[in-house]
Design a binder for this molecule. Sequence first.
Ligand SMILES: [Zn+2]
Length: 149
Amino acid sequence: MKLYKIKKSKIDKNGLYANQNIKKGTKIIEYKGKIISVKQSETNPKFDNGKAIYLFNINKKYDLDGDFKFNTARLINHSCEPNCEVFGSGLKIWVYAMKNIKKDEELSYDYGFNYDDDYKAYPCKCGTKNCAGYIVRQGSRWRIKKKRK
Ligand SMILES: [Zn+2]
């Protein structure tokens, strides 16, 4: 049985939801895509906006472009209090549960966007208590909070 299902999301468009209780540390879904060289991703205008949502770095030489319909994991939304994290193992990238997840909870991870001038173009609708209002990686969220005061 699959650990996830696609459902209309409370955060944005479609999302992935836990199909059963999932224990912390479980591999939930592979983040599939095409492996491209870092050089390709640096020169391809497709990734020019600096917020390459579906682009993951694998190692010094290779990135993974997950911007394809067959990559179901790309439906996972960003949250400021995520329950999943994404990391690589060899040349593959997996979405792991970073805490125990209850059946029917929406899966989410931190998109890890850098803080820069256009952060306002990426509002966050995760609705968690500590939502920064924008999709910015956790280490940079204090900058937004500081600005709001
Ligand atoms: Zn948020």
